[in-house]
Design a binder for this molecule. Structure first.
Ligand SMILES: Nc1ncnc2c1ncn2[C@@H]1O[C@H](COP(=O)(O)OP(=O)(O)OP(=O)(O)O)[C@@H](O)[C@H]1O
Ligand SMILES: [Mg+2]
Length: 310
């Protein structure tokens, strides 16, 4: 029997097999922005590079328990690996390089792709949201992230997007879902990152991505911003490292757009200064006074034939 994803806590994984596209930056700062909005958030570092762990100022060598223990030990308990961060409302499940062994150690374990889902069930009443950072590969760790999440964000570098690679990734997610007959990864969101308004080429790529993938692409874009690159070195999310920076502003807007998409927020959404077309699309007042998408097409993972070619 497949392990159902529990819906009391919404889990969002950040996935792309392409390296350096902004997965970790998005995981850390979206999680921090959710916490700033008053949500109880659990951030999981599922990448053996441990960039989330280091980026939140956590020394990975001194950890007693990590996500590795929760995933691999018999009866491993996720709660033992949770640490508080300096951000109110944001807890972390850190990792270290040991997690790199997991791919090999789990190779022949039955149900290996459902280990994280099982772990998360033990804490699903304690958090509103869980955000998972994944490695730049489609191995067993990323599979665990996908199987634990209904919502998946794929960061896409605006200046060098590989459309074929992106289609292949979407196809792979679809195949995984069909093979495992799961609701996992049902909603896909493409997030344009490293956006530079000044470059004509960057704008061309943005239009290409929006033209090809339509409503899968989030309205919010993350601009290239030096504070985003500096913050991990200070062991902080950009929201506390440089609260007034454009990077912080972008991730605050992103968090609000996502909460609207997930139906977890009642207040009016903020508008990203450079959202094309002047603001979030399809957002109108609902009868209950909240704002949310009306008549908005589903963001279900498209099948291989459902994406227009460019
Ligand atoms: N919008 C941005 N503007 C400037 N620098 C950024 C931005 N987003 C991320 N960076 C920096 O770019 C580098 C790559 O970003 P990040 O680590 O988030 O990518 P990743 O997809 O997680 O990489 P990997 O695949 O290796 O895990 C990091 O040094 C990060 O600080
Ligand atoms: Mg990363």
């Amino acid at each position: 029997m497949l392990w159902e994803v529990d819906d009391t806590m919404r889990t969002i994984s950040i996935v792309n097999q392409k390296g350096g596209c902004g997965k970790t930056t998005t995981a850390v700062n979206t999680a921090a922005a959710f916490a700033e909005l008053g949500k109880r958030v659990l951030l999981i570092d599922l990448d053996p590079q441990a960039h989330v762990t280091h980026g939140l100022g956590c020394d990975s060598d001194s950890l007693e328990k990590t996500i590795y223990d929760a995933l691999l030990q018999t009866g491993g308990v996720l709660r033992d690996a949770i640490v508080r961060t300096r951000i109110a409302g944001l807890d972390l499940v850190p990792c270290n390089m040991l997690l790199g062994n997991a791919e090999v150690q789990l190779a022949s374990v039955p149900g290996k792709e459902l280990l994280l889902s099982r772990c998360l069930r033990s804490v699903c009443d304690e958090y509103d949201l869980c955000v998972i950072d994944s490695p730049p590969s489609l191995g067993v760790l990323t599979l665990n992230a996908l199987m634990a999440s209904i919502d998946v964000i794929i960061p896409v570098q605006a200046h060098c997007c590989n459309m074929k690679g992106l289609r292949r990734l979407l196809d792979s997610v679809q195949i995984i879902r069909e093979r495992l007959q799961s609701h996992a990864a049902e909603h896909i969101y493409l997030l344009l990152t490293f956006v530079d308004d000044r470059g004509a080429f960057g704008q061309q790529v943005q239009q290409q991505v929006r033209g090809a993938f339509g409503r899968l692409v989030l309205s919010t874009m993350i601009h290239r911003n030096v504070s985003l690159a500096e913050a991990p070195g200070a062991g902080k999310p950009v929201l506390t490292y440089a609260p007034q920076s454009r990077g912080a502003a972008d991730y605050r807007v992103l968090a609000r757009e996502l909460l609207d998409e997930l139906g977890l927020r009642g207040e009016p959404p903020a508008v990203n200064a450079s959202v094309q077309g002047g603001g979030p699309k399809g957002l109108v007042a609902k009868s209950d006074g909240s704002r949310g998408p009306v008549g908005k097409p589903s963001r279900r993972t498209p099948g291989p034939d459902s994406i227009e070619s460019t």
